[in-house]
Design a protein around this ligand. Structure first.
Ligand SMILES: C[S@@+](CC[C@H](N)C(=O)[O-])C[C@H]1O[C@@H](n2cnc3c(N)ncnc32)[C@H](O)[C@@H]1O
Length: 322
């Protein structure tokens, strides 16, 4: 499966997990694919559900995709916009970036949001307490080369085509509202922010939010797959033991880089939590990512051994410090 990247990128984009999620799901595509934390949308867009509900609390992501769905944002519109804004950026550099940022914070145009997402520092999406986008310039005035603009226009074309061939809805709403729509035929894919790590205007996630998510998913009639982290070299995710271990937990090891040095390659165990028996993995090619199904078994045993002691803790963890 070739995984395509959508036009708007975000922190925690799960492009590397799409194939694993695809292999894990056991779903007949008869109901609705529900994604309460759509972010970039990379998972659902690549798995092509017939009918889907993509939601997020970030209104700018949602209005961008509503624009694609309505036909207001097309590959031609995006190309023309990025060509002209890119030329201004090349001419005036950082000053122009900050001019667009100011304009976006007043007018909230989804095209400006796309421009900022591709011109800002590291493609971050971050808002201040008043809801203003506050990521600094990425220091690349020549960013919008012809090839780069074509690449983004092609990404828009890909999503627009898939959306037009399917029945996809994009809504700006909290995960609780989204989950309340789920029925027994649906598959929910949840990828909440990591607790304690994110705090901004549209994206705050604490242990109390994770607990609410757990309560909602525990009672849903739909199938669900939750993405979360299991452990890294320093610590384990406490929510796995406290909340998620009553479901199926499968893990896979990934490596990420801190800085440019090869010696700074750090392991991270990603987890998928499901309320159904996950499909057995298919071929295990050496992709540079170390699969860890042997480790899974050990970890699950560890989790289940500890479960008795944590059942009494189901009164939930204390709030994490911000
Ligand atoms: C880790 S990102 C999702 C990444 C996505 N799966 C991807 O691959 O691009 C989490 C998303 O949850 C959204 N979010 C945060 N709090 C939320 C809430 N209470 N309800 C719905 N969405 C929320 C954030 O705006 C962010 O886009």
């Amino acid at each position: 499966m070739k995984v395509l990247i959508p036009p708007i990128k975000c922190q925690g984009i799960k492009s590397k997990l799409v194939k694993w999620i695809d292999e894990t799901r056991q779903w007949d595509n008869k109901g609705v694919w529900i994604e309460p934390f759509m972010g970039s949308g990379v998972v659902g867009f690549n798995l092509k559900p017939r009918k889907a509900l993509f939601c997020d609390t970030n209104p700018h992501l949602i209005s961008f995709y509503q624009g694609i769905n309505s036909g207001a944002i097309t590959p031609i519109v995006v190309r023309e916009f990025l060509e002209s804004e890119g030329a201004q950026l090349a001419k005036h550099g950082a000053d122009y970036y900050y001019q667009v940022r100011k304009r976006f914070n007043t007018e909230k145009s989804p095209l400006d949001f796309l421009f900022l997402n591709r011109a800002c520092f590291n493609g971050l999406i971050r808002f201040n307490r008043k809801g203003g986008f506050n990521v600094p310039f990425g220091h690349k005035p020549e960013r919008f080369s012809k090839a780069y603009v074509t690449k983004i226009a092609n990404q828009v074309e890909w999503v627009a085509k898939r959306a037009s061939l399917s029945d996809w809805t994009f809504l700006h709403q909290d995960f609780r509202t989204t989950l309340s729509c789920a029925t027994g035929n649906d598959l929910i894919y949840c990828d909440p922010p990591y607790a304690g790590r994110h705090t901004d205007y549209f994206n705050t996630w604490k242990a109390a939010h994770e607990k609410l998510l757990y309560q909602n998913l525990k009672t849903t009639k739909a199938q669900f797959i939750l993405s979360t982290w299991h452990s890294n070299e320093h610590r384990e995710n406490p929510a796995i033991l406290k909340l998620w271990s009553e479901f199926n937990v499968i893990t896979r090891e990934h490596f990420y880089h801190v800085g440019a040095k090869e010696s700074n390659r750090k392991p991270m165990l990603e987890a998928l939590v499901t309320n159904f028996e996950p499909a057995a993995p298919t071929s295990r090619k050496n992709t540079g990512e170390l699969d860890s199904y042997a480790a899974d078994t050990l970890q699950l045993r560890f989790i289940r051994q500890n479960q008795q002691s944590t059942d009494s803790q189901k009164n939930f963890p204390p709030e994490e410090r911000e």
